[in-house]
Write a protein that binds this ligand. Structure first.
Ligand SMILES: Nc1nc2c(ncn2[C@@H]2O[C@H](COP(=O)(O)OP(=O)(O)OP(=O)(O)O)[C@@H](O)[C@H]2O)c(=O)[nH]1
Ligand SMILES: [Mg+2]
Length: 429
């Protein structure tokens, strides 16, 4: 898949040593290339890459990110804008009608959708509204049976009649209507579609689009939208094409949200379209969004501590809080894997050591008295020995903690304003 190249871009940003104008231009070119290859509409490619360039070159980097994190965040945010919206489908009673060109994946998707709702505790059924292709009835029935989804179909009736009759008897929460596909939109098909939509009055009319058609999706979606008013798009076969970006940008172009994505032939190969996690995955970053938010939140908490210090004291208690803030981010190793905080390049060994040390420091501080925590100056060698014994560590460990405290304290002392160079401090263990 061409969009895979975006993972490389993310890696390049993370691995960079200097983020200057030249580097930003290079990244922007890489992104352009990846999007064009993925068949994203050229106008959108320009828009996205221009905004990334402008922001990366002009925005001030906040304290709590380094330049690379900041650029990565910009790339993430602009791609997110670029993929368009998702749609929230409440888990309640609903009628869904599927339309689309021949072979786009409607019948398979009907059962995938039914299974999706079934897995979430609702009863689901499918209706065989394709009466044009002789094998359509059996195909849907077999798939439905195989996944214990209720099936309604009546041979010998016209599609409109089938839907009418089925809706009279179907008592399931979610009812999904499969319809006939054609090579192109013909009048007969359009009329039938309009009639089914009128009779069924669906809550959702989803257009099923094969990702492989790339940018042609736009024309297709417009035609269906004009005919019956689509309120969601399902992109299928995202697994098998390099052109997936085309359907994505078509959705954005005509302003219809993407509801689901089909990623394989199996019924399980189906997911709700969640723009944030979709883009995170494109960048190979796991759940980048919540991670970025966490870093920001925790960094802000620390900043408040810093203000307190600047007014008066900075004690071991602040170090304790700092360590706890780091712990809130989750396993340090994982965090560092995703976002290279502070520009530290640390190997596994050092990283484990660091986390170990954090734990040790905490244990040591747990063995101190309140007085010692608030006024570390009073800790002399006999106290150091007692604390070491109490915490099951060595006097050397205790000294190391005190030294770390002093270092941080000195850095902070040198600061004049309320802004904190959090970067150097957080993982400066
Ligand atoms: N790889 C892959 N194949 C898919 C996906 N969705 C559907 N297919 C395959 O695409 C082919 C066509 O799927 P159908 O569900 O029959 O498509 P349709 O739109 O109902 O086709 P018509 O009824 O003839 O218009 C089948 O071989 C499916 O297994 C998907 O997400 N990924
Ligand atoms: Mg079909």
């Amino acid at each position: 898949m061409a969009l895979e190249a975006l993972k490389e871009v993310a890696r390049k940003i993370i691995g960079s040593t200097t983020v200057d104008k030249k580097f930003v231009e290079e990244i922007v070119k890489d992104i352009q290339r990846a999007l064009i290859k993925a068949d994203v509409n050229i106008k959108q490619v320009k828009e996205i890459s221009e905004t990334i360039r402008k922001r990366a070159l002009s925005e001030e980097v906040p304290d709590y990110f380094d330049t690379r994190e900041h650029v990565l965040k910009i790339v993430y945010e602009e791609l997110l804008k670029g993929v368009g919206e998702g749609i929230d489908i409440p888990l309640k009673k609903a009628r869904i009608m599927l339309v689309g060109l021949q072979g786009s994946g409607k019948t398979t998707t009907a059962v995938k959708l039914a299974k999706y709702f079934k897995d979430r505790g609702l009863k689901a059924a499918v209706i065989a509204g394709d009466t044009w292709r002789p094998a359509a009835f059996e195909q849907l029935k077999q798939l439905a049976d195989a996944h214990s989804v209720a099936f309604y179909g009546y041979k010998g009736l016209k599609a409109v009649e089938v839907v009418k009759k089925a809706l009279e008897v179907a008592k399931e929460d979610v009812v999904i209507i499969d319809t006939a596909g054609r090579h192109a939109l013909e009048k007969e098909l359009i009329d039938e579609m309009i009639e089914i939509a009128r009779i069924a009055n669906p809550d959702y009319k989803f257009l099923v689009i094969d990702a492989a058609i790339g940018q042609l999706a736009s024309k297709q979606a417009k035609a269906f939208h004009d005919a019956i008013g689509i309120n969601g798009i399902i992109i299928t076969k995202f697994d098998g094409t390099a052109k997936g970006g085309g359907a994505l940008s078509a959705a954005r172009e005509i302003g219809i949200p993407i509801a689901f994505i089909g990623t394989g032939e199996k019924i399980e190969d189906f997911e709700k379209f969640d723009p944030a996690s979709f883009v995170s995955r494109l960048l190979g970053m796991g759940d980048l969004k919540s991670l970025l938010e966490k870093v920001e939140r925790v960094a802000k908490e620390e900043e408040i501590d810093a203000e307190a210090f600047l007014k008066g004291t900075f004690t071991l208690k602040d170090i304790y809080k700092q360590i706890e803030a780091m712990n809130k981010l989750g396993p340090l190793k994982k965090v560092l894997e995703m976002i290279p905080m502070l520009g530290l390049k640390i190997g596994d060994e050092v990283m484990e050591m660091t986390q170990e040390k954090m734990k040790k420091f905490k244990v040591i501080m747990d063995s101190m008295t309140e007085e010692e925590l608030l006024n570390p100056k009073i800790i002399d060698s006999s106290r150091i020995r007692r604390i070491a014994i109490g915490s099951g560590t060595t006097p050397q460990d205790v000294r190391e903690l005190l030294k770390y405290y002093e270092t941080v304290r000195n850095v902070m002392k040198r600061m004049k304003k309320g802004k904190l160079p959090l970067k150097g401090l957080k993982f400066g263990l």
